[in-house]
Design a protein around this ligand. Structure first.
Ligand code: ASP
Length: 338
């Protein structure tokens, strides 16, 4: 009898410890891309529309976390809201390729298990982030591309839409403008016409910390305006555009993908946190504000660690971004100062 009582007490103590050990510092951080409107062209209405959507995504992600959901579920919820909005270069608002198509990329990573999933070059998946999660959870693979990825997504009940769903007039005009500038630059013999480097990135991403103390990261994009057929950027590449590891931090990037791939930006930041024990702020600055600036890699990222410390560095004119803590502390910004 005494033995049983002792065991029961021990069990209670253990369960209590587990409950107490739960993390109550829930956090969600999002970005809507580093390629913001030039400040001079930003109107009060536009700014409000962007901020309202970022707020909606943050609130929805936090609701998931507060209801006991995982960081992965919060990341998916927040990103889907941004994907469904024409404001951002992901899902509905994806930019056009050189051929006038919309080819979408997305990826996700679970910081606890280091499982990851990604899709690239898909043209009919309404929410590529959900397809990336399906690849992670329901296949033996990490990345699927093109029609194979679409077939797989459909087989897992992910919503498929006609590719015309992704047509928006504004993005199409951006393509036309980029192509005109490219042509002018090619025909110019004086060297005075520059190729348009103002790609209007606009990728979306989220990182979150849940009550179990686990981190997750996700990124979704239409890539870069006027990209050539089959081009894949950093967003679906684990270690480049997305990375999450409970031992380090969760990272989602936006910017000129070719640079983020070559400098494995997301993993580089996580490695500095893990091995050099740098704070997320220091690690982010080292890679985004130092390394990337030196080589001309424009962009930024959001970073979150297990203690809820976060950083949102960018070297572009602005980056749509925001965070929300379970305490209610919140910030939504576009430029450096507002
Ligand atoms: N990183 C994305 C890409 O290169 C673009 C972006 O961030 O908007 O595809």
């Amino acid at each position: 009898m005494k033995k049983i009582l002792f065991l029961v007490v021990l069990c209670c103590l253990f369960i209590n410890k587990q409950l107490v050990a739960q993390n109550d510092n829930l956090v969600i951080v999002i970005h809507g891309g580093a390629g913001t409107w030039d400040r001079a062209l930003m109107t009060a209405d536009k700014e409000k529309a962007y901020k309202d959507k970022l707020n909606e995504a943050l609130e929805a992600g936090m609701k998931v976390l507060k209801e006991g959901g995982t960081s992965l579920q919060a990341v998916e919820t927040a990103i889907k809201i941004l994907e469904d909005s024409p404001l951002f270069n992901a899902g509905k608002g994806a930019v056009f390729t050189n051929e006038g198509k919309n080819e979408l990329d997305a990826s996700v990573m679970d910081g606890k298990t280091l499982k990851a999933g990604a899709v690239a070059g898909v043209t009919t998946i309404k929410n590529p982030i959900s397809a990336a999660i399906a690849v992670m959870e329901k296949s033996e693979h990490v990345m699927m591309v093109g029609q194979g990825a679409e077939k797989f997504a459909a087989s897992k009940g992910i919503e498929i839409v006609p590719s015309s769903y992704f047509y928006t007039e504004e993005r199409y005009q951006q393509l036309k403008k980029a192509q005109e500038k490219e042509k002018a630059a090619q025909e110019d013999t004086t060297g005075s016409v520059e190729i348009d480097r103002n790609y209007k990135f606009g990728t979306v991403g989220a990182v979150a910390l849940d009550k179990f103390g686990n981190l997750a990261a996700g990124t979704s994009t239409g890539g870069m305006t006027n990209k050539r057929y089959g081009r894949v950027g950093d967003a679906p590449i684990i270690g480049a555009g997305t990375y999450a590891n409970n031992e380090a931090c969760a990272v989602s990037c936006t910017g000129h993908g070719e640079y983020f791939i070559r400098w494995t930006v997301a993993r580089d930041i996580a490695a500095l946190v893990e091995y050099k024990k740098m704070s997320v702020e220091k690690a982010g600055n080292e890679v985004i504000m130092n390394k990337m600036v030196k080589v001309g890699g424009e962009g930024g990222c959001i970073i979150l660690d297990k203690k809820g410390k976060l950083s949102m560095p960018f070297n572009s004119e602005g980056m749509y971004r925001g965070y929300l803590r379970s305490s209610g502390e919140k910030s939504v910004m576009i430029y450096k100062d507002k």
